[in-house]
Structures are given as structure tokens and as C-alpha cells.
Design a protein around this ligand. Sequence first.
Ligand SMILES: Nc1ncnc2c1ncn2[C@@H]1O[C@H](COP(=O)(O)OP(=O)(O)OP(=O)(O)O)[C@@H](O)[C@H]1O
Ligand SMILES: [Zn+2]
Length: 420
Amino acid sequence: METTLALDEYRRYGRQMILDGFGLEGGFRSQLKLKRASVIVVGAGGLGCPALQYLAASGIGKIGIIDHDVVELSNLQRQVLHNEQTLDMPKAQSAALALKRLPFLPLWIETRQDAECIYRLDSNANVEIITQALAPDNAIVLLSPYDIILDCTDNPPTRYLLSDTAVALGKPLVSGAAQKFEGQLCIYNFGPTGPCYRCLFPKPPAPEHAGTCEETGILGAVTGIIGNLQALETIKIIIGLHDGTPSLLLFSALGIPPFRTIKLRSRKPTCPACGEEGQKLGEISNIDYVQFCGGAAPDWEKSGLVEGSPDRRISVKDLKMTMDDNTVKKRIIDVRSATEFGICHLPDSTNVPLKILVSDPHAYLPDAETPTYIVCRLGNDSQIAADALQSVCPEKFTVKDVIGGLRAWSKHVDVNFPVY
Ligand SMILES: Nc1ncnc2c1ncn2[C@@H]1O[C@H](COP(=O)(O)OP(=O)(O)OP(=O)(O)O)[C@@H](O)[C@H]1O
Ligand SMILES: [Zn+2]
């Protein structure tokens, strides 16, 4: 265990060590606590990146990063540790390089450890990278070496898995969430009576309310605020400055005031994860979290490409042929929001946002001679809209949804069509 600070660490961390109240036992001891602490950040995305940079800069001794995904261009708007040079690189690795300010991963520091997916970044072994998804069968093993867990992920199955694992390991879980202009922050399973995620949310959100940033949009600075708060709360826990009162912080960039805090009750005795009286969950490795949260999100484009009911669906290539044929009548309805329609749209398409169309499908009935093709971004909403129209129009009318939506259009028909 570390008992001293190196000489250069006094200068490096001096600005925080001299703070009045930087740990009850004084700056030196608090800095040592940070140096001895280990923290694991699950998800090196919008929340994980800002959290990681402040955790690393504060002098935390060991940081783990778990993420199975690779860096994509659409991440750079908010995932500030990644850059154009690290596109396609595993996010955990890209984030670790940024923390160490290294341009690439030199071979001499890439040492494989016990699991195939784990790398230690340098001889001080202070950043550990795990390029594998956190799953029920590895969560206990991967998280147990760390003192504090940060949930910087974006999906309900992983949130429940992280909470249950934190309870099983008796570790605090600093959890962040952000979507659109809004964010949330909560520390679960903290102290002897702090509630867990299941205490607060015994039931998962309906799948339609669990959209990803890709579906709903996100302002980068919002994830920056929540991710930074996660780092701050983690540092407070380590140096003993957190009073442990359970609360949920709600942030809205457009709200007045933008921050609100809700005091939470303590642990629920009947909670199946952390309660004394609850019906026990059982082994984490045996729990099907995806099933619990309503099943996996379908891959709409793929499912659409399967031979299905050709009379109700049309491929993007067939749509293109129809559009090029001036002798046939057609109508293309784009059911995305007006904002998205403004970003890009197919020539001669009309914008009728999904909500408006399904609230009054009769208003958008085609005529017998004009086939209607319905398009959206990914080919999901267009199916709902097509169903709504088909249900109110006579059999012989043609209403088809465009398989895979505009994403498929840019992949298979026009590579210059914007993807967002
Ligand atoms: N079970 C998991 N194990 C490891 N990493 C996870 C797990 N679940 C989610 N993540 C990671 O959490 C991060 C969440 O960040 P964020 O939502 O900003 O990124 P994203 O998924 O790239 O976003 P987008 O929705 O724009 O594609 C992602 O990098 C994702 O790979
Ligand atoms: Zn609980």
C-alpha cells in the first residue's frame, strides 16, 4: 500500500491539497487516499470520457475502463477522449491513450493479463483496459478488484446488472444518465442503508422509453456536466467528504433552475437485490437482464432485409427504381420529426411526423392509383406508420414501409446521402 507521495506529486496535486476541507484528515492524507483508491468506469462514451479525465487528473491510483465498442465518427461530438486518429479503435483503449496523452499504444506497455481482453497500460499498472462487454458471467470478476464503480453506460440491462453486482460486492455505484438536454445522477448502494437501482426502479422502463442517444439525440455538454459530477462524487466518497444522504440529482439544460435534487428513502426492505425481506434474486450469472428489460432491440434493417411480405414492404433499391420511373405515380411520406427532415430528405418526399400520422391516419389516406411509401431514419417508425395507414385503407391500396429507412438508402443506393 502507498504510504508516501512522490516529491513531484506535491507540486502536481498541491492546488487541491491546500483546499480547506479537502478531506477531514488534511490534504496529504486525502491525496494518499486518492492514490490508494481504485475506480472502474463502465462505458467510455459520453459520460465515461469526462468522468475519466477528471478522475485520472486528480491522482486516483488505479483506473479501470470497460467498453466493448469502437470509436465512431458520431461519438466525437461528446466523447471527448476520442479523436479522428482513434476511429475504429476500441473505446477503452482510445480513452486510456488519451488519459496517458499517448499518440498510440507502444508495444512495450501492452501486457496481456489473466483474461484475454485485459491490458495494463504501463509499468505503473494504473490504467486497466477491458475491451469486452460487462455481462452477467463476468461482472463479479471484472468489478471486484475496484473500490468504486461508475455506471457510464446507456442501457437498462447493464444498469440493473451493475446495480446487482455493486450490491453483491458491497461497493458504491456512481450512476449517471443523459439524454437530449437532460441528465441524472445518483449514488446507489452507498453506506449501510443507501438504496440500490432496483429499490428506485423495480421495473425497467418500457422499451419505447429506453431510447439510446442515437435515437433521441444528446447535447455533448450535457454528458460533460453529468460525467464531471460523477467524477466529483467519486472523489468525495474516496476522501470522505460525502455525507451519504441518498439523493437523485436531476439536470435540465433548459430548466429554470437547471438543477433539482430529490431526497431518496433508504434501502427498501422488500428489494430483491438489497432488501432483507425481499425474495432473493439468485446468482447474477443466471439472470437474463436483457429478457428482464423486455428483450434486445431488434436490428431493423437486418430484419427488414429478410424475405417478408413484399406486398407491404419495399427495399431501398426497389424504391429507387420506382422513383426513377416517371411513368408511375407515387407518394413518399417521411415520418421523422420536422427537425430531422430539415437535416436531409429524399427528393419529393413529404414530411408527416409519426405522431401526427398515427393520431389521424384517415387524413393521409392514399388514393387507389398512388402507392405510398413510408420512410424514416432506421426503418422502425415507418413500420408503425405503414401499419396505421394500412389499417384504415382498402385492401387494394398500396402502402409500404421502406426497409431499413434512410440509413439503408445511404448504404445501398446513395453513399452521398447524409447519415446521422
Ligand atoms: N454492458 C456494457 N459493457 C461495456 N460497455 C458498455 C455496456 N453497455 C454500454 N456500454 C458502453 O457505454 C457507452 C455509452 O456511451 P454513449 O451512450 O455516449 O455511447 P454510444 O453507445 O456510442 O452512443 P450512440 O447511442 O450515439 O451510438 C458506450 O460506449 C457503450 O459501448
Ligand atoms: Zn435495492
